[in-house]
Design a protein around this ligand. Structure first.
Ligand code: TPP
Length: 393
């Protein structure tokens, strides 16, 4: 083994933070103790709400996969298996916070107020972006970003803005790297994956976040695969150590435990809002489904690995925990029925919404007319009318 491969091998990593074990029993890790007080206000009522979000998202997700298979969506990006950390982080946020997602955060979108239909319709080409981020009903949930890592730059830029605004309110218009943090009262949370951690953008975003002490929380959902590339190939150390290397408070959590995501997310967000600087959370989870509907994971993943993670399904885990707390069949039956009805409603909306005018694809590229866009618009007109001529000939 080369020297490089051995780097860090003698370091001991603390146990990932978790409150629930794989079977859903309350069994906090030693590392969880420092965060336990964040759960003071979380009881059965809150956990039922979280469970509902998870089941609704799973039903919506499954419906969208079916729609794609039936040729009704161009593509779908499943989030199955990652609902555990998403629900915890989503509920840890405060209304004034901003969220910069990748493309798999359907549950976070829902909790922030974005309609599932708005998430699905961009995969049918009915909209350019999906939803209006400036509409308060969308909970400061920014647009999905398919260019890996771009959202980390957007998030750090936004968080710098939050910092500048807070300083300006206090009469200070300077911004210098290396200063201590400033209380902002609001924070930014950015989501990305283990593969995206290799992008230069994500690393630059962390450098700026640490230098300027932005009010920001980086959330890496390590679902073990970047399409067909396993995480071990992209990082020879656990990812949370990268956060430490950039000078961010960083931890690793069990990403299928909603309580761990909530507790750590809440603490890190509060510290970020109060001038304590940025944090980094690596959530260990698993992408149960395909990368997208264009992918076939059976070509690169072992079935044993998939089955082991299916046994740790975050929905089953929270259900077991709720049953231990006394929640009965009636609740679970109602949640599933409501989730199915909600998913069907999205399906009906998708199938009955008229396609936009093809010309609309040129409308928002530039603020003012641009010759290249005009050229393309004319080409499309000619192309479309060639069909009409063909029919008449
Ligand atoms: C800049 C850029 N490079 C490559 C791609 C192609 N691509 C799309 S998703 C993906 C893997 C991303 O993996 P990860 O960050 O772990 O997130 P996950 O999809 O597993 O949630 C790649 C390489 C892209 N969209 N953008």
């Amino acid at each position: 083994m080369s020297q490089t491969q051995q780097l860090g091998a003698d370091m001991t990593d603390p146990e990932p933070i978790r409150f629930l074990d794989d079977e859903g029993h309350y069994a906090p890790s030693e590392t969880a103790a420092a965060f336990a007080d964040e759960l003071a206000e979380i009881g059965e009522t809150e956990l039922r709400e979280w469970y509902r979000d998870m089941v609704a998202t799973r039903a919506f997700d499954t419906e969208c996969t079916h729609l794609q298979r039936q040729g009704q969506l161009a593509l779908w990006v499943p989030s199955v298996g990652q609902e555990g950390c998403q629900v915890g982080f989503a509920h840890a946020l405060d209304p004034q916070d901003h969220v910069f997602p990748a493309y798999r955060e359907h549950l976070v979108a829902r909790v922030r107020g974005v309609r599932f239909f708005d998430v699905a319709k961009q995969f049918r080409g009915l909209t350019h972006g999906g939803w209006d981020v400036t509409d308060p009903s969308n909970g400061n949930f920014h647009l999905y970003t398919l260019v890996l890592g771009a959202q980390t730059q957007h998030a750090t830029g936004y968080a710098l803005g939050q910092l500048l605004d807070a300083k300006a309110r206090a009469g200070d218009t300077t911004l210098d790297a290396g200063e201590p943090g400033t209380a902002t009262g609001e924070a930014t949370m950015v989501f990305y994956g283990d593969g995206t951690s290799s992008q230069g953008d994500a690393n630059e975003a962390m450098v700026f976040a640490a230098s300027y002490q932005t009010p920001e929380v980086f959330v890496v959902q390590n679902n073990r695969w970047a399409i067909s590339v396993p995480v071990e190939r992209q990082s020879r150390t656990p990812l949370y150590r990268r956060g430490l290397g950039f000078g961010l408070r960083s931890v690793q959590i069990d990403g299928n435990d909603p309580l761990a995501a909530y507790a750590v997310g809440r603490r890190f967000l509060r510290e970020a809002r109060s001038g304590g600087g940025p944090g980094y959370i690596e959530a260990l989870t698993y992408r149960i489904g395909a990368h997208t509907t264009s992918d076939d994971p059976t070509r690169y993943r072992e079935n044993d690995e998939l089955e082991a993670w299916q046994k740790r399904d975050p929905i089953a885990r929270l259900e077991a925990h709720l049953r231990e707390l006394g929640t009965g069949d009636e609740f679970f039956d109602e949640v599933r029925a409501t989730a199915d009805a909600e998913a069907k409603e999205v399906r009906d909306q998708i199938l009955t919404t008229p396609a936009p005018e093809a010309d609309s694809m040129f409308a928002h590229v530039y603020a003012s007319p641009h010759p290249r866009i005009e050229e393309q618009r004319e080409w499309l007109d000619r192309y479309e009318s060639s069909f009409e001529e063909g029919v008449g000939a």
